[in-house]
Design a protein around this ligand. Structure first.
Ligand SMILES: *[C@@H]1O[C@H](CO)[C@@H](O)[C@H](O)[C@H]1NC(C)=O
Ligand SMILES: *[C@@H]1O[C@H](CO)[C@@H](O)[C@H](O)[C@H]1NC(C)=O
Ligand SMILES: *[C@@H]1O[C@H](CO)[C@@H](O)[C@H](O)[C@H]1NC(C)=O
Ligand SMILES: *[C@@H]1O[C@H](CO)[C@@H](O)[C@H](O)[C@H]1NC(C)=O
Length: 470
């Protein structure tokens, strides 16, 4: 079929037009895909989002860490500037529970209240603070990604001495082994100290012991007395408990002068010392007869301490019948003992008293330890009523919102995305994908131009050759 030059021109024109349209479509397609994927990375858009970031809510000040004694009120304050329509929530970090959203209390803990003060402070109050309230609290704003800050609530508890594990008054026989125990609760954990009420040394050279228990092996009468267990943890008031240690032993007698010479008409005093616990009865005897207070005799008893007694017998005016052997007698529930003093006659010109070495009389009785058994009791912490709360939002009109409780702390990143659905990771992936795409498309642009030139050249050649054939 023959072609006119007009037709050849038309062919060339059509072919070139098609080639140009093709190239235009390619270029347009590239631009469209760039626009779709890199919308927010457009330089103009970036400037815009920088301003938006400035406009996002900002924390005005850090949340102050608190130390609150148990039973008092804790007040945590979160200051947010420029909140706009974003929402504020308080969360418990360790239990991952939402406590409040805006001015709604979400937790079932009725001790918590929330107040919005002066337009920018969100004040969480916890009444009657319990030990279980101790921990990290987070104030969170539902920007995307969320912004948060945290503060620590420390709950301190003054020491309290626990009744069951702590020793009560003890009665033991001399020679037995004794352990005094003391246990206290409190936060921080109290330190426990033992000392004697009398301030006597509690053990060799030490007036106090930093230990919850202390043992005495082979108790003796010198250990008898009041002991104080003192618990302290820096939170006033410190507390103490008084534990009496009673040591039982049968009577003993010491006599300084067992042989005493006296002249007629002389006034003479005999003396015995005794120790016994429980308290003893003490009396003097002569010829198996108890000597009673009278004109001639004057017995006396002086208590040195709870178990030690000095007993005296004064003979006011010695006559011939007063010479002989006197007995001091000491008795308690564990036994009885006596000591004797011999009074002999000496001529009235010289008064003489001889002092043979003192003798000690020991009455021994079977040893028995009287100790009480203390059963250990398990103390359970009260279950935190917060833990039952769900971290899903069930508050009025708030159910569609998403709160992050990943415990992440103040990742104060740039905010370029206002898109609610985008998370940080998704943003990152999209950005990476875009970078790849951009690189390949920049490489593709010169290639497409070459194709266009080639197509135009082919069109031209076809038309030229059809003209030449005619
Ligand atoms: C609260 O305590 C933590 C560590 O215990 C500390 O990092 C933080 O700076 C404290 N906050 C304030 C406001 O002092
Ligand atoms: C016992 O504790 C007190 C205070 O807690 C301390 O001052 C003292 O040095 C301690 N004594 C010993 C022997 O550890
Ligand atoms: C008391 O303790 C000592 C060692 O401290 C021991 O030798 C003795 O047998 C104990 N006595 C009793 C009655 O437990
Ligand atoms: C005391 O006892 C002696 C001998 O045991 C006896 O000779 C004397 O008469 C007694 N005196 C009295 C006052 O009972």
């Amino acid at each position: 079929m023959a072609r006119t030059p007009y037709q050849a021109n038309m062919d060339f024109f059509q072919c070139t037009t098609l080639a140009l349209i093709f190239v235009a479509l390619l270029l347009n397609g590239l631009h469209a895909s760039t626009a779709a994927q890199g919308d927010e990375d457009d330089p103009a858009e970036e400037t815009n989002s920088y301003i938006l970031d400035k406009d996002l809510p900002k924390f005005g000040e850090p949340i102050q860490n608190l130390t609150v004694p148990v039973g008092r009120e804790a007040v945590l304050t979160c200051v947010i500037n420029n909140l706009q329509t974003y929402k504020v929530a308080w969360l418990r970090v360790d239990t991952q529970t939402i406590l409040t959203i805006q001015t709604h209390v979400i937790t079932k803990n009725h001790r918590m209240t929330i107040a919005h003060v002066e337009g920018r402070a969100w004040v969480l109050r916890i009444r009657d603070v319990k030990e279980s309230d101790k921990g990290w609290y987070m104030c969170q704003v539902n920007t995307d990604p969320m912004r948060n800050q945290i503060g620590y609530l420390n709950v301190v508890v003054p020491p309290n001495i626990l009744d069951y594990p702590t020793s009560t008054d003890m009665v033991v026989r001399e020679g037995s082994n004794v352990t005094l125990k003391c246990a206290a609760s409190g936060s921080p954990t109290p330190s426990i100290m033992w000392r004697r009420e009398s301030n006597e040394p509690i053990s060799a050279g030490a007036t106090s012991l930093n230990s919850s228990t202390f043992s005495i092996s082979r108790v003796n009468r010198l250990h008898m007395g009041a002991y104080l267990c003192i618990a302290s943890n820096g939170i006033p008031p410190s507390v103490s408990k008084r534990v009496m240690l009673i040591v039982h032993f049968p009577p003993m007698i010491w006599i300084q002068d067992q042989l005493v010479g006296a002249a007629l008409g002389q006034r003479l005093t005999l003396e015995c010392q005794s120790e016994a616990y429980p308290r003893s009865i003490n009396y003097w005897m002569k010829n198996d007869t108890i000597i009673t207070q009278g004109k001639h005799f004057e017995p006396s008893i002086k208590e040195i301490n709870s178990y030690k007694v000095v007993m005296k017998l004064t003979i006011k005016d010695i006559d011939i019948g007063d010479f002989g052997t006197y007995k001091c007698v000491v008795k308690n529930s564990l036994g009885e003992t006596d000591g004797s003093i011999k009074v002999y006659h000496i001529p009235s010109t010289t008064v003489l008293a001889t002092s043979p070495p003192a003798t000690t009389t020991v009455a021994t009785t079977t040893e028995a330890v009287h100790r009480k058994n203390y059963k250990n009791k398990i103390h359970r912490q009260p279950v935190d009523d917060l833990s039952a709360s769900s971290n899903k939002i069930l508050g009025a009109g708030e159910s569609s919102e998403l709160w992050n409780i990943d415990g992440s702390i103040d990742k104060d990143r740039d905010h370029r995305y206002r898109d609610n659905a985008a998370s940080f990771n998704e943003d990152q992936r999209e950005k990476e994908a875009f970078v790849d795409n951009e690189a390949s498309s920049r490489a593709g642009q010169p290639h497409r131009a070459t194709v266009a030139v080639l197509l135009i050249f082919i069109c031209y050649t076809l038309v030229a050759s059809s003209l030449a054939r005619r």
